[in-house]
Design a protein around this ligand. Structure first.
Ligand code: F6R
Length: 578
């Protein structure tokens, strides 16, 4: 809000946040008389732009893109929601919404939607006696769960209020006014200095200033800092898709220095084992580094799916040290698992990309992966940065004062792998005709096979499954049909012979095999249908070039099939619901 028209600003911010995935969108503008104008769509932000063409010029407004949780995708469930003098947008889940809804029903309020959000608007309206800060602080005292709200009050035309707990919220003030968002990407075009709003702090934004209050209504301090990202980081820069841009950014990303100084060198002093907890690609990064971390630390390392870690008794014989990995730092499953680990008094290291995110704030020690903003839903540069960060963390934790460098330079390896782009594109075109694809590997290569299969499924919608190379003959081989492709990753010299035997098993059933092997690997003529050569590197270092290759395979496969690469169906970039 401020000195520039709110409609255009809010719509442009929503456009910038489209990458996060959404199924409906809406905007509310407040004019100088306190009249609130709301418009919504169940289509893309572009359609909201068209629908709002005749809205009056207002200097304050809020907007939202919704990913349905409570209630179907519909106009009445899209945000903003209004109750009395309160109009708000919301991220998160009001966990006690049923109880609150019953309470609101007793006050005669009737919901107009199926959402948990509307009950928050009703509650704030109910608690509003002319002081928005009091209404918001009291409401936060009643609302359970991780939530962020941006709120307009009909009798406060020049003001926007916001509050959050365990959900991202950041603010920025410039000569053009005050801006708030749940994602720094929406703010970067106004400047680089912003403040992450601390939990349970209410902010009041006007054209001339931003004020903050704690839950007792007393003035609170906001700490402004540099976002570390710039507006140009979130532009396509000539690439056809953000995914391709982000794949190509890997040499640059991996050459950035990461700071491990927050992690004490003796962090393992009392630890009996290490548990890496994460979701999706971030979990695969953990799997890729598991063996290396065991080697470096001498401790047993387990890798856990965060969503499997959130209920039931937390097994903790001994004193586990936890490592949580997340690009967004907002993944609800990971955040919940982190809170459970903290509840048993465990020490938690967080390996995160987004500064100031909820996971970064909740851990004991944080390491930033420095990958820059990742816009494509399919994670690429964040994944390789996580692998490198975890490998370097393992060295730091070894307590042997090892230098924070891997045997091979990951940036150079990524650069060399990108040189294979044309060869990979040709193989991807073969893969694009398949209905099912196996990704095979052993040890670290199996983790990368999982990542390759996930990437392909996400953006090409081809069914892909990862299998341990040696496990194929124990069951999955029955699925191999003539022409069915398998991508076999074999980076280690020792395992190559066994991989080639498995390749033979597939090919003798007329399946097709594409190998990903080091450039100096000796493979017999005619043993496969295509080869991708990665630069020679040993151990964990080989993860980076393999990851680049499987990312490119997925990208070119989806491109050939004409899929929506950056925003695949049904997926959101930041999964803030459990
Ligand atoms: C896959 C992908 C997801 C994320 C997962 C965790 O390409 O992007 O599997 O890796 O949702 O997200 P973060 O890392 O943000 O916790």
């Amino acid at each position: 809000m401020g000195r520039i028209p709110a409609r255009e600003n809010v719509l442009e911010s929503l456009r910038l946040l489209e990458y996060r995935g959404y199924d409906s969108a809406g905007i509310a503008l407040i004019d100088i008389h306190g009249k609130i104008h709301v418009e919504k769509t169940t289509e893309k932000v572009e359609s909201l732009c068209q629908k709002t063409g005749n809205m009056p010029g207002c200097m304050a407004g809020i907007g939202h893109t919704r990913w349905a949780t409570h209630g179907e995708v519909s106009l009445r469930n899209a945000h903003p929601h209004t109750a009395g003098s309160v109009t708000l947008v919301h991220n998160g889940i009001v966990e006690n919404y049923l109880a609150l809804m019953q309470e609101m029903a007793k006050t005669g309020r009737v919901p107009a939607s199926d959402t948990d959000t509307e009950v928050a608007a009703m509650l704030m309206d109910c608690l509003y006696d002319g002081d928005p800060v009091v209404a918001l602080t009291r409401a936060m005292g009643r609302i359970e769960g991780g939530n962020a709200f941006a709120v307009l009050f009909a009798d406060r035309p020049g003001e926007i209020y916001a509050v959050s707990r365990d959900a991202p919220l950041m603010v920025m003030h410039t000569q053009d006014g005050s801006f708030l968002a749940s994602d720094a990407v929406a703010l970067l075009r106004y400047g680089e200095t912003m403040a992450v709003v601390p939990d349970n702090t209410v902010v009041r934004c006007t054209a001339s200033e931003i004020r903050a209050y704690n839950l007792s209504g007393q003035p609170a301090q906001l700490r402004y800092g540099n976002a570390c990202w710039t507006a140009s980081d979130v532009e396509l820069a000539g690439y056809s898709h953000f995914m391709l841009k982000e794949i190509h950014e890997q040499p640059q990303v991996l050459s950035r220095k990461m700071d491990f100084s927050s992690v004490p060198e003796d962090v393992l002093r009392d630890a009996t084992d290490i548990r890496i907890v994460a979701c999706g690609s971030a979990m695969h990064a953990g799997l890729a580094v598991k063996d290396y971390m065991e080697e470096q630390t001498g401790l047993c390392v387990s890798v856990e799916i965060a969503s499997e870690y959130v209920s039931g008794a937390l097994r903790h014989v001994g004193k586990p040290l936890f490592v949580f990995v997340s690009q967004s730092g907002e993944t609800a499953d990971t955040l919940l698992a982190l809170k459970r680990a903290k509840s048993i008094g465990a020490k938690c290291i967080c390996v995160v990309n987004v500064r100031g995110s909820s996971i970064a704030r909740a851990g004991d020690y944080v390491v930033y992966t420095q990958a820059g903003p990742e816009i494509s839903v399919a994670s690429t540069k964040a994944f390789t940065a996580q692998v490198v960060a975890l490998a370097l963390l393992a060295r730091r934790m070894s307590g042997r004062g090892l230098s924070l460098e891997l045997e091979y330079d990951p940036a150079a390896l990524a650069e060399k792998a990108l040189k294979q782009e044309n060869a990979i594109r040709r193989i991807a075109e073969d893969l694009s005709c398949a209905e099912n694809i196996f990704y095979l590997g052993s040890g670290m290569d199996l983790a990368l096979a999982r990542e390759g299969a996930l990437k392909l499924k996400e953006i090409s919608y081809i069914h892909a499954e990862a299998c341990a190379t040696g496990e194929l003959k124990h069951g999955c081989l029955s699925l191999v049909e003539p022409a069915m492709p398998s991508v076999m990753i074999a980076t280690g010299r020792e395992g190559l012979g066994r991989s080639l035997t498995s390749a033979e098993e597939i090919r003798s059933r007329r399946g097709r095999v594409y190998l990903i092997v080091p450039e100096d690997a000796k493979i017999p003529d005619g043993c496969c249908d295509g080869v991708i050569r990665i630069p020679t590197a040993s151990g964990i270092s080989a993860a980076v070039p393999v990851a680049v290759c499987v990312q490119l395979l997925a990208y070119y496969c989806a491109l050939k099939l004409g899929k929506q690469i950056d925003q695949p169906r049904n997926l959101a970039k930041s999964v803030t619901v459990i």
